[in-house]
Design a protein. Sequence first.
Length: 231
Amino acid sequence: MSRKPRAQFTKQTSRPTQVTLAAVLQVRGGVLQALLWQRALEPFAGAWALPGGVLSPEETLEESIRRHLAAKVDIRELSHLEQLETRADPRTGRVTTAYLGLVRTGLDPTVPEDTRWHPVASLPPTAFDHGAFALAGRERLRAKLSYTNIGFALAPEVFTISELRDLYVAALGHEVSATNLQRVLLRRGVLVPTGLQRAPGRAGGRPAAVYRFGSKRLEITDQFAVLRPPG
């Protein structure tokens, strides 16, 4: 009597859902703000979320986030995009890779009706852990303002030192001396004088020199520098 072969069982492992999202930041009205969209469906219906979505099998992570951003903001307006961090949620099996995106001040990208800018310092209730990603993006930006030339991604094409100082203050969350900022950035070769001058305002004073960033690519300018709060 022949014996029936034993059934063989193979453990089926499902691939975790991979998501890409971006903390897109811009200084608007003198305040560092993040781009969020309001979810219409569960889970977290009514909560705000960072733009992003599911990674397609044929995409790279960067291709995925650029595709999703194109649905929420004109990605041609992005002046800088870099990978921020990856987190795995053991409860859902979801793996999320977050990016930091920056938009120069003065630009006003067209966004859908469900999408708005919110001050990073006072975010509304967010879906999943998106608020934590937005704060992580702010901390990454603050750190890199100290030791890189990433200010190019926040500033307009040309600016005065006073205007640049206001952008640094908004991003860093503390006062910055315009004189010290000018001295440090010129010593590092980050800023280039344009030879132009900005006419004084109603309060009078001398015309202000106009500068631009020498490079629009991220560069380490002083790996040990830190822009600390005064006092």
